[in-house]
Design a protein around this ligand. Structure first.
Ligand code: FNR
Length: 176
């Protein structure tokens, strides 16, 4: 049997992103082949779309279509998902057929606040509904006060988070 393929979308673009660290931990737990999508897309603009969906958005759509499953690492910016992620979803919704339709998706989040991104995850789930995506509901992986939750190699230091993430990734594999 061929190993499953996982595509990661991280809503933070910065190099030292804790959400990217968490996403990569998820990928390690998932196993198989992992690719990271690039969310540095132009801002959605109907005039741009009329001239042709940008190559960067088309490429991301193709990567999603090819993947067996997705992990979305969703930061919390002012209690909501970052614009970078919403912008990507808006472009993807303009690709026909939307490559997200029916994809198995797991959401994880790492935040500076203690709640770990409960609100951003709830909002992301709502944003995914029109994409016909029902992201896995449990276990929730909400890493709060995240700056102290990773070691220098980007590995989770708390076994409780690592176990929850492993369980979520196991369920994601089963959902394929
Ligand atoms: C934040 N941060 C934040 N944290 C939180 O728990 N709740 C929030 O609503 C916000 N809002 C917020 C807005 C903006 C614009 C920034 C830049 C940051 C802090 C945030 O969780 C923290 O910086 C994370 O480390 C950002 O994720 P990455 O970049 O490390 O993946």
């Amino acid at each position: 049997m061929t190993e499953p393929t996982l595509l990661g979308l991280c809503g933070s673009l910065r190099a030292g992103s804790l959400n990217r660290m968490l996403m990569r931990e998820g990928a390690r737990a998932f196993g198989g082949t992992f690719t990271e999508g690039d969310l540095r897309l132009p801002l959605y603009d109907g005039d741009l779309e009329e001239a042709g969906i940008p190559d960067s958005a088309t490429m991301l759509a193709a990567q999603i279509a090819e993947a067996d499953a997705l992990i979305i690492a969703c930061p919390e910016y002012n209690k909501a998902p970052p614009g970078v992620l919403k912008n990507a979803l808006d472009w993807l919704s303009r690709v026909k057929p939307n490559p997200l339709w029916g994809k198995p998706v797991a959401i994880v989040s790492a935040t500076g606040g203690r709640a770990g991104g409960e609100r951003t995850q709830t909002m992301l789930r709502a944003m995914l509904a029109p994409m016909r995506v029902e992201a896995l509901g449990w276990p929730e992986v909400l890493v709060g006060s995240a700056a102290s939750e990773f070691d220098a190699e980007g590995r989770l230091v708390n076994a409780r988070y690592a176990q929850a993430l492993a369980s979520l990734m196991e369920r994601l594999r089963t959902a394929i």
